[in-house]
Design a protein around this ligand. Sequence first.
Ligand code: DGL
Length: 265
Amino acid sequence: MKGNQAIGVFDSGVGGLTVLRALHARLPKEGTIYLGDTARVPYGTKSPETITRYALEIGRFLRSHDVKAIVVACSTASSVALDALRAEHDVPILGVVEAGANKALTVTRGGSVAVAATEATVRSGAYARMMSRRRADVKVVQRACPLFVPLAEEGTVEGPLARAVVAHHLLDLKDSDVDTLLMGCTHYPLLRHAISEVLGERITIVDGADAVADELAALLSERGLLGTLETPLRRYYASDDPRRMQVLGSRFLGSTVERVEGVEL
Ligand code: DGL
């Protein structure tokens, strides 16, 4: 394994670009290959078996591009398919669930955390399990927010409609003992503003993107695998219409996605 091999990153769609954005900021000299499985999004409503099959197919695709590490930038896939991916590949595989859970534990003051996530992630209980393992007395409330992904995909992330949907899923947390809300889905950071408007300042909102970037930086440094590229590779693949991912993607990435290639998995 060499330092200047790229890092593979994938999500069910464009949400994982919020994680890629954090990776680019933290590790600017690393090449990255991103795949959005836009033909099969959403994963959040599918069975663990189907999600695992999709994740393994993408893992093989990324390894065929000789990546030195894989970041699963999808909470749903991280919740159910991480072990299967690790069993198949001998490169480091990091997921946003572990990173997000660790971060929420460092942020919570009273030990009461709410996790907002897709149905599949909530069903898996991965965030709650991960946090309880590290801190036995933590109280975790899980909330499936199925309307958040379509809102984010459509770019309706501010204003009355976004606030009404956020309130529909989360308003009752405002007067609970929850002090930290973990955005357990990589699409949700786009709704951060609307979520904080509904929940108010008392509840701290966290996501796993920066945390997974920090974990990857530490791991690459430990293994002598840090990249040193001045003009690193930035490659994007989509399993459905590349143009749509290019347009939507720029919103999630926070900068222009230059070119997206189509891929059949
Ligand atoms: N990116 C997915 C996640 O983080 C949400 C979209 C989906 O349901 O596929 O869970």
